[in-house]
Design a protein around this ligand. Structure first.
Ligand code: GLU
Length: 474
């Protein structure tokens, strides 16, 4: 009795950016969906850089794409492969296709092609290559040839797209694609086909601007004896006004979001919800995305970018994250604001008091600079409003009372301010506000007790004294 071999298919997805510009959120969403799908199925996520357009590709764009993916945490298992390093392989496949008759040399000159197109247009036909070199037996001397793929002449290609459903293309609509230019370099669609074949891609997840390339790519894969992968073409992300996403809407580099203080998990959470949902859940951890995301549930209509929602999600992720996890990014943002912080513990304390008050880490950093840098000026309007000669006396009492505190932490500090205020028959706020002005220069800070606790006894006194002197107290 023969044994039955069970072959379990390994899911292999890829992200294939062209480094002709930076990685923006549309590209990041494509990468996320491919990554999540591979992760969910224990598959392999391949990174491939489609850099054959030498004029428009740049090494800066490549570096920026790799940095963006790595910041987002979308780690690849294979690659990055670079198409420019695979030219020998493309050449080999072109030769093989010529040998098997799936491709042919076309000697038509530019003049002949122009004439062909003009005639077709005059007859009201769509201009297309008419296949006149398909069965040419001899070489045409003196004319450099291109290589064309012999597309089937009839029948239809059915793209059974996971997102769009069945999309049917008639072969008569597809002319014979040039796969090698006259200088021998391979063309874009052909490279994609060879790569998807060689890299054994099982699921092609990409933007729906590539849907029209798919029937040609499927025909070529078929000619190469390969089974076409599963295709999922993702709808576009539009601006909030329904127009194509532009810089104004957020079509900026992914690293711009890092610089603006967004957490990668918040950005990914935001992107996964564009066109996909799971009940009415809004907040997803990366683990939940991997566990729940299914490409089959992606909506085929375009979704609009909403910066307010992204900011809200970012704050939700900041609030939910273990404070220790936010230490490194907050330190990074503080460094950008000119503050170098050594201790983790002070940053954790700051995070705990600030995260309900900031939508981004950049904002949190800006609001927290005062912990490390004494104010050099005081908000004049607030001083005029809150600092009176009466208050200066209370402030002196308070400073003395704080000086007697055995334990410098939020609760005793709070009790101390509160009893000083009560003794002077004023509200806690009336006394807290000048203290706040003294330690941070403005009238906004986390609760004053927590603020002073984090600032430390010494620094609090230095700042209180300086403010008292400045405002004319003793
Ligand atoms: N390189 C293409 C792009 O950046 C993607 C091609 C593909 O995924 O097949 O739009």
């Amino acid at each position: 009795m023969g044994s039955v071999k069970l072959q379990i298919m390994t899911i292999r997805t890829r992200f294939a950016p062209s480094p002709t510009g930076f990685l923006h959120i549309g590209g990041l969403r494509t990468a996320l969906f491919s990554w999540a799908y591979a992760r969910r199925h224990g598959g392999v996520f391949v990174l491939r850089v489609e850099d054959t357009d030498l004029e428009r590709s740049s090494s800066e764009a490549i570096a920026q794409i790799l940095d963006g993916l790595s910041w987002a945490g979308l780690s690849h298992d294979e690659g990055p492969y670079f198409q420019t390093q695979r030219f020998d392989r493309y050449k080999e496949v072109i030769e093989a296709m010529l040998a098997t008759g799936h491709a042919y040399r076309c000697y038509c000159t530019k003049g002949e092609l122009d004439q062909m197109r003009a005639q077709q247009t005059a007859q009201g036909q769509k201009p297309r290559y008419d296949g006149r070199c398909r069965d040419l037996k001899e070489v045409r001397l003196g004319v450099t040839s291109v290589v064309r793929f012999k597309n089937p002449l009839d029948g239809a290609v059915v793209v059974d797209d996971v997102v769009h459903g069945k999309v049917v293309f008639q072969n008569v609509e597809l002319d014979d694609l040039i796969i090698a230019r006259s200088d021998g370099t391979p063309t874009y669609n052909f490279c994609v086909v060879v790569d998807d074949m060689d890299m054994k891609i099982t699921h092609v997840i990409r933007g729906d601007d590539h849907l029209n390339n798919t029937p040609r790519q499927m025909n070529m894969l078929l000619a190469l004896g390969c089974k076409a992968p599963v295709y999922a073409h993702l709808p576009m992300i539009l601006g909030s006004d329904g127009a194509k996403l532009s810089k104004r809407h957020g079509a900026v580099s992914v690293l711009h979001y890092r610089d603006e203080g967004y957490l990668p998990e918040a950005l990914l959470n935001y992107l996964v919800r564009l066109g996909w949902s799971h009940g009415d859940q809004e907040i997803f951890s990366l683990d939940e995305i991997v566990e729940l995301f299914d490409i089959a549930d992606v909506n085929k209509s375009a979704s609009a970018f909403d910066g307010d929602k992204l900011a809200w999600l970012n704050q939700q992720h900041m609030i939910r994250a273990p404070a220790a996890q936010l230490v490194a990014p907050l330190r990074w943002h503080l460094a950008r604001a000119g503050i170098t912080v050594g201790s983790d513990s002070i940053l954790e304390q700051i995070i705990l008091v600030q995260r309900e008050r900031a939508k981004t880490l950049k904002e949190m950093a800006a609001n927290s600079v005062f912990f490390f840098k004494a104010p050099t000026a005081y908000d004049e309007k607030a001083v005029n409003k809150h600092v009176t000669s009466e208050i200066l006396k209370s402030l002196a009492d308070l400073a003395a009372a704080l000086g007697r505190l055995p334990d410098w932490s939020a609760v005793p500090i709070h009790d101390c301010i509160s009893s000083c205020a009560a003794a002077r028959d004023i509200t806690l706020g009336k006394l807290a506000q000048p203290v706040r002005l003294a330690v941070c220069g403005g009238s906004v800070s986390p609760p004053i007790d927590a603020t002073l606790a984090i600032l430390g006894r010494e620094e609090t006194f230095v700042r209180l004294r300086r403010a008292q002197e400045h405002w004319g107290g003793t």
